[in-house]
Design a protein around this ligand. Structure first.
Ligand SMILES: [Zn+2]
Length: 170
């Protein structure tokens, strides 16, 4: 296994909708293992393939730190088939280092997809895992936290990013 570099905002691959996985070959298995290692090393609770520059519908997640019922999940070509109720969720993102914000997320979700061998799986959650899955599926659709917040908060984020970015260059 190898740790992969994590792509950060404003890289275009993060804003591009990913393509479905069609080949369940050894290259895919290696990518999955590398993504798992990268997620744990970060450390993070989830990682989408486009966060390591691969525009495919693949995510890994492990919400067990805050949700003891769950363990490592590999989910391919996922779709949210139903979601219920909303609440505030405080989230950060490995692709937006040092940025934390509060946004609305569904409390419970049911997600369908495939496992790493291409077998259909279904995951239902009304705990922390539900938030992680929504966050990672957003990534696969080219959406970031900053696309889910209001216009004023987004302008504030952009100003802060521009300021920090110009400081880096000095
Ligand atoms: Zn993220």
């Amino acid at each position: 296994m190898a740790k992969l570099p994590i792509v950060t905002y404003p890289d275009e691959v993060l804003r591009t909708k990913t393509s479905p996985v069609t080949e369940f070959d050894s290259d895919l298995q290696k990518l999955i293992d590398d993504m798992i290692e990268t997620m744990y090393a970060a450390p993070g609770v989830g990682l989408a393939a486009n966060q390591v520059g691969i525009s495919k519908q693949l995510l890994v997640a492990d919400a067990s730190l805050r949700d003891e019922e769950t363990s490592l999940i590999v989910l391919i070509n996922p779709t949210i088939v139903c979601s219920e109720d909303t609440e505030d969720s405080e989230e950060g993102c490995l692709s937006l280092p040092e940025y934390v914000t509060v946004l609305k997320r569904a409390i419970s979700v049911k997600v369908k997809g495939l496992d790493r061998d291409g077998n259909p799986i279904e995951i239902e959650s009304d705990s922390f895992l539900a938030k992680v899955l929504q966050h990672e599926i957003d990534h696969l659709n080219g959406l970031l936290l900053v696309d889910r917040i209001g216009r004023i908060k987004r302008e504030f984020f952009k100003k802060r990013f521009a300021r920090e970015h110009s400081l880096d260059k000095k």
